[in-house]
Design a protein around this ligand. Sequence first.
Ligand code: ZN
Length: 228
Amino acid sequence: MAQTVRPHEKLDLALIFLGPPGAGKGTQAKEVARLYGVPHLSTGDMLREHVAQGTSLGQRAQPIMARGELVPDSLVLKMIAERIERPDCSHGFVFDGFPRTVAQAQYLGVLLRQHGYKPPLVIHFVIDPQLLLRRITGRRVCKVGGEIYNIYDCPTRVEGHCDKDGGELEQRPDDREEIVGPRLLAYEKQTAPLVAYYRRLGRLHDVDASQGVDDVRQQILRSIREAH
Ligand SMILES: [Zn+2]
């Protein structure tokens, strides 16, 4: 396994992670943010935080999220604008789950320019949908310790039970094929214009997300170095 060397340079960039659900995007976004010492901005986490703290934004978002609908742009953009002005964002930040639309991307471009940033660098996770489906639908989680396995790629010694504590394994409801299949299709449809938009701007870097976690991370770090 390749060792991840902590980068010496500062990020000083807005990084965007674009990839289908289950492709490892969130894990990589968090790790890259940690390596560079910059905030990892997940719109989902940020929204849940606002809801938990009962901010006015949270109060508006809560019923929408409870219905399982997407929070409207106006709220999300307001939240992003406020967040990137905080001091911890002064040397760059990593977006995870944002932007979702070309309209949001255009707004973000303006916002970044206003704050003295160059256009964001977009890390695009490319993976065969069939492989991805197998990864997600094969996932099983230990009810006791939360360990994650995969019935295809990383099976337990005893079927249905955790290697570590013998806990019962379960499939998360969201990992079922009838949920994942439509989600992946919706993702493709929604993201294609965004991918085209950033590719046109010359800010899109493809990474091969079928590779292992360490290899994908190396690809990402290389892309960031090239972008400087
Ligand atoms: Zn366990």
